[in-house]
Design a protein around this ligand. Sequence first.
Ligand code: UTP
Length: 293
Amino acid sequence: MTHNQKVRKAVVPVAGLGTRFLPVTKTIPKEMLPIVDKPSIQYIVEEAVCSGIEQIIFVNSSGKEAIEDHFDTNLQLDAILQKKKDPRLIEEMKKLSQMVQITTVRQKEPLGLGHAIYCAKNLIGNEPFAVLLGDDLVDAKVPCIQQLMQAHQAQNANVVALMEVPKDQTYLYGIADASAQKENPRAYDVRHFFEKPKIEDAPSNLAIIGRYVLSPKIFEILETTRPGKNGEIQLTDALNTLTSHEKVIGLQYEGLRFDAGDKIGFLEANLYFALKRPEFKDRLSKILRRLEL
Ligand code: UTP
């Protein structure tokens, strides 16, 4: 890996079909579902921007243009807000469309997460890059991807975000076979990743979540990675090949993570982020107490 190159670009794959969230995702992209009053994709883009990312590359598919439109200007809406003389909303809309440079590339068929990342190859070029998956929302003092970028800078390694999960849930995740680094208790040297292992086969309870910093070597590997589980080109398979070429570490990030791609996780994220807002906290708490009765 080129020594300590700064991470400037992030790939955000959004081309998935969102079948776990049907029927709403029949016409609305999963990434556009609101967490309180912002689509979940906006939390992801804000995390990247707060971490110093300068360019976001969406890997998108047809029918999901609302995602890139959300970060574009909307002249008609701007004119209406000007007429209504609402300076707060005018400013908010302006900020949204100027937040960061966004580029979109298409994944023409949903051939898997590994393939989606490969679609960004020419836009990334020969430099390390971040990957953020929209399903994982992380609330943290230091944004999750920034924690990974710092570990990448310090160790000149590929970095995968890890979280501890209950032992009986390992079959739901990609699980790391890894040893804790002596000098850095939250970092692990990774030997191998196992995709959704049975409880008795899981080498640890450290699960992969959707944040990575990867070297461009991954593109070379993805090019020859054969379709794996479900006939999809799996990022986990490519990461396993990567471990035999370059250093791959896991970082147990600090923060609270929500699985917004799952219905219950999505509801939990909505309640959590709403309860954090002073204007909703008291009324929402009251409603929750009443519903419990
Ligand atoms: P998931 O496996 O969660 O798939 O993808 P999904 O389509 O989003 O949701 P379900 O399982 O059908 O409900 C993980 C991430 O990879 C992207 C998805 O958009 C999501 O961010 N992805 C997946 C692609 O961009 N392309 C693919 O071919 C597959």
